[in-house]
Ligand binder design. Structure first.
Ligand code: CA
Length: 224
């Protein structure tokens, strides 16, 4: 909580602690910013009118290094304050005087949204040790080095990584990677597994893809 009016700050501290949150208070913009820079803050309730540094400026500076949720408190019922607040990177605002229930609800929404965003970001990226597959960038790297893969190699690796630890038989791989209408030998999977191994396992001296004799393959995270 960054708020210079100690009455409001104490009230917020009491109410938020009652809700089970851990609360720290800064009474001016500069010390609020300094506290956020130290890390470990999950949400900021930021007053707009603050001594030493305005809430807008604090918000702008935080946004240069963090996407922590920020809820702004605006004293005036002035639309331009709200717009400036949101423009400077705040996630939401509450106009003073506010009902604590409304602020609590907005805190819950902001935290939930942040968590969802993190989940989405995680879903975009699959990792196994130093091997990273980014779906968004359609790119695979090992220890930061890009691995050149053909479309089918990429599709196969993606399916293997999405099913990490699960034994996949050749028919399943054909169905999911090549499609139902694939006509040809299921040995094509063996060929592509060999390509992937030469580009990843053998190239980097790791063993992600293990053969299950007579069945198929399993992708394992064996990279220490
Ligand atoms: Ca103030």
């Amino acid at each position: 909580v960054v708020e210079d009016e100690s009455k409001i700050a104490r009230f917020l501290e009491l109410e938020l602690k009652h809700e089970g949150y851990e609360v720290e208070i800064a009474f001016d913009g500069r010390s609020g910013l300094e506290r956020v820079e130290k890390g470990g803050i999950h949400l900021i309730i930021l007053d707009l009118m603050l001594p030493l540094m305005s809430g807008i400026e604090v918000c702008r500076r935080i946004r240069k290094f963090s996407d922590v949720p920020i809820i702004m408190l605006t004293a005036k019922d002035d639309i331009s304050d709200k717009v400036t607040g949101l423009d400077s990177g705040a996630d939401d605002y509450v106009t003073k005087p506010f009902a604590i229930e409304e602020l609590l609800a907005r805190i819950r929404v902001a935290l939930k949204r942040k968590k969802q965003a993190e989940n989405d970001a995680n879903k975009d990226t699959l990792t196994a040790g130093k091997l990273v597959l980014s779906k968004l960038q359609h790119k695979v790297t090992y220890d930061g080095e890009e691995i050149p893969l053909s479309k089918k190699e990429y599709d196969l690796l993606l399916f293997l990584m999405e099913n990490k630890g699960i034994v996949l038989d050749r028919e399943k791989l054909i169905e999911k990677v090549w499609g139902y209408d694939f006509i040809g030998d299921t040995n094509v999977t063996d060929v592509y597994i060999r390509y992937l191994r030469s580009k990843i396992d053998q190239h980097y001296g790791v063993s992600f893809i293990r053969t299950i004799r007579g069945v198929g393959y399993i992708f394992e995270d064996n990279d220490e």
